[in-house]
Design a protein around this ligand. Structure first.
Ligand SMILES: [Zn+2]
Length: 261
């Protein structure tokens, strides 16, 4: 049983402010420890649930947030970023995907650090006509490979978004969001217990959850924050209005590439 864990930072236990998720932020170094603890709880849960192989992808910002020498030694870790290579390495051979530390889509009310892909540039995003966020993008990418998304962790709004999208997905709520940078956080032992238990359950029941399939062609529409930067004239781009454009592709990954994401 081969698991891939994709890790973002905004939905990690103990995190509720921008200064924790930006590498130049005042609270970033402490937040990296919280991130590493959540990962270790998740990896432990995966092995308890019956996983034989776990690959963990550092998917926040530069892809270089984990504290490498404190990570569980039973898993392997994909870190860094480059121009080549898949967003989710090893996905093709995986039996299941976990989205750890995720956040709600751009525009969600009372959600901690909500955004979609790029908070400075992306205002709103639609997948096949439905407003969507990173859970839909990554679960859809896995679905294209026939891989089910088994578990999502984050705040209450993230968990709600995941349940609306993926039938039967296990959600692990580690905090209750009150505003963009404000929430009620669980103590770390309880957060880690929930993550460990959720991952063990997700892995042991992996056959019960179907892959999240996005129908083809995959249509992506992006409304930008700024005016005057829609890529007019770029091949495959259909301009909707002064801040919005649309692309279509044969898969989630292909459409995302056309979108420039
Ligand atoms: Zn992030």
């Amino acid at each position: 049983m081969n698991m891939v864990v994709m890790v973002d930072m905004e939905g990690i236990s103990g995190i509720c402010r921008k200064s924790q998720v930006r590498s130049d932020g005042e609270h970033y170094q402490a937040a990296r420890r919280y991130l590493t603890w959540d990962i270790n709880a998740c990896v432990d849960g995966c092995f308890k649930g019956g996983a034989t192989q776990v690959t963990v992808r550092d998917a926040h910002g530069s892809g270089f947030n984990f504290i490498w020498d404190e990570l569980d030694s039973r898993a392997v870790y994909a870190q860094g970023a480059g121009r080549c290579g898949a967003r989710l390495p090893g996905l093709g051979k995986a039996d299941g995907l976990i989205l750890l530390g995720y956040h709600a889509m751009a525009g969600t009310q009372q959600a901690i650090l909500e955004h979609t892909m790029n908070s400075a540039e992306w205002q709103n995003f639609w997948l096949n006509g439905r407003k969507a966020g990173e859970i839909a993008i990554d679960a859809g990418m896995a679905g294209d490979c026939g891989v089910p998304t088994l578990m999502v962790s984050g705040d209450d709004k993230t968990c709600r978004e995941a349940r609306r999208l993926i039938k039967g997905v296990i959600t692990v709520e580690v905090k209750q969001a009150l505003d963009l940078e404000y929430g009620i956080l669980l103590p770390k032992e309880e957060a880690h217990r929930r993550i460990r238990d959720g991952a063990a359950r997700a892995v042991s029941q992996y056959r019960a959850i179907r892959p999240f399939k996005v129908s083809r062609p995959v249509r992506m529409r992006l409304e930008l924050v700024s005016r005057g930067v829609v890529p007019v004239g770029r091949p495959g781009v259909r301009v909707i209005d002064g801040r919005t454009y649309e692309v279509s592709g044969p898969s989630v990954e292909a459409a995302l590439r056309l979108l420039g994401g």
